[in-house]
Design a protein around this ligand. Structure first.
Ligand SMILES: C=CC1=C(C)c2cc3[nH]c(cc4nc(cc5[nH]c(cc1n2)c(C)c5CCC(=O)O)C(CCC(=O)O)=C4C)c(C)c3C=C
Ligand SMILES: [Fe+2]
Length: 393
């Protein structure tokens, strides 16, 4: 359980439940990318309001220290929610007191807008952080798109994820403002072969053919930025694309089962390709049925998005279901907060999304309403390191 004061981690009770375990914060890569996807998300994008580079670096140092603590189930600051001076606001907001680490990961990313003239970073922008092109059918809202810095908080307990983002926003007061944030309540991807594949709000298993942490060679080829890819400060990092995709759920719910399955190219029960029986059967895109038509339709989502359609390009998808209440017109405001990590969006997300935007029959039932692109640096290696150290060096 979370402790009241600055107690060393070794003194804290160890839980045998993986849902309450702490995920290591320090490492070569940031946690929260290949970490088996937790159940809950609170994603935030900040605009930087200070114009002082030194203030921004100070903030990144303070954030890193707080993130290192909170991910280990500790208060955001050394005094904690109730251990400080009564005359001062507490250095932790308190709603996670008594809660375990809950698998919390905090993953930071830097958006293209950070690399303008404000902080002297224009020459340090990675070529792979090129603005995404406009895609057919986009309905992007600027106020919930972009952002200078993002933090993805994932945990098994929503209170723990929200607590983490709230405390980072509190620490950032006067230096950053929250541009937008998004809660997600059910993972829509597996990122490990130990996890069962979850379902999205259309009722389909989502994340079957995803990059997974056990695929070491593919992670090297498709996920982590490597020396020579771009600036050295990104070596060991990855690029994140976020898309908030609203679903016209009520319309979808009136579509026949056979049409739903043809749209994805998989069956709804097992998640098997329409040419197979079990979820992990390889799809046979060449197989034809009645009238010589392919069994997996030419425009099926899984055919359009499959690596064989894009020179082998793969994504590590890590999205979440969301419901933001209803829209006042009797419809659920619901969908998928899509997140995908990759080595270079120009060769991975962009061509896949171009293909989907052009002919995916799913488009009748969805609308992309927000978009984000972020360079997520490599991991913080130890307590002397901090988020963005190599970028600002
Ligand atoms: C640009 C990338 C993608 C977007 C945007 C996207 C949106 C989206 N996807 C689903 C549901 C499913 N997607 C599935 C597979 C799949 N999707 C993408 C990419 C994007 N999806 C890829 C690369 C793949 C894997 C394709 C393959 O190699 O077979 C599936 C099938 C199960 C699976 O493998 O995950 C489903 C279901 C929704 C609902 C959606 C937007 C709302
Ligand atoms: Fe998809």
């Amino acid at each position: 359980a979370r402790v009241l004061a600055d107690e060393p981690p070794a003194a804290r009770p160890v839980s045998s439940s993986s849902a309450s375990d702490a995920v290591p914060f320090y490492g070569r890569h940031q946690a929260g990318i290949t970490t088996p996807a937790q159940d809950r998300l609170h994603f935030v994008a900040f605009d930087v309001t200070t114009t002082e580079r030194a203030e921004l670096v100070d903030l990144l140092q303070e954030w890193t220290a707080a993130a290192a603590r909170m991910t280990q189930g500790r208060d955001a600051g050394a005094f904690g929610a109730v251990g400080g001076a009564p005359e001062a606001p507490p250095d932790d907001t308190g709603e996670a007191l008594g809660l375990p680490a809950s698998g919390l990961t905090l993953t930071v990313g830097f958006g293209p807008s950070l690399f303008d003239e404000r902080f002297g970073l224009a020459g340090r922008r990675p070529p792979a952080l090129a603005d995404l092109p406009a895609f057919a059918g986009d309905g992007l809202l600027p106020e919930i798109s972009g952002g200078d810095i993002c933090v993805q908080a994932c945990a098994h307990d929503p209170q723990v994820a929200v607590h983490a983002i709230r405390n980072l926003a509190r620490i950032g007061f006067g230096r950053v403002t929250v541009r937008y944030s998004q809660l997600g309540f059910g993972r829509t991807s597996s990122t490990s072969r130990t996890q069962a594949t979850p379902r999205n709000l259309m009722g389909f298993k989502d994340g079957t053919n995803n990059l997974k942490l056990e695929d070491t060679a593919m992670l090297r080829d498709h996920l982590w930025a490597a020396p020579g890819d771009g600036p050295a400060w990104m070596d060991g990092g990855a690029y994140l694309v976020t898309r908030k995709i609203r679903m016209h759920i009520e319309t979808w719910d009136r579509a026949p089962l056979a049409e739903q399955e043809a749209i994805f190219g998989r069956d709804k029960g097992e998640g098997a390709p329409l040419t197979g029986k079990a979820e992990f059967d390889e799809p046979d895109f060449a197989k034809t049925g009645l009238g010589g038509e392919p069994v997996i339709p030419r425009d099926a989502h899984v055919r359009l998005a499959h690596p064989t359609s894009h020179g082998g390009a793969r994504l590590l998808r890590r999205g979440y279901n969301y419901v933001d209440g209803s829209d006042g017109l009797g419809r659920l405001d619901a969908g998928l907060f899509f997140m995908a990590y990759q080595r270079d969006p120009r060769r991975q997300f962009v061509p896949v999304q171009q293909a989907l935007a052009a002919t995916d029959p799913l488009n009748e039932y969805i609308k992309h309403v927000s978009s984000g692109l972020f360079a997520c640096p490599p991991g913080v290696v130890d307590a002397s390191d901090h988020w963005g150290r190599a970028l600002f060096a």
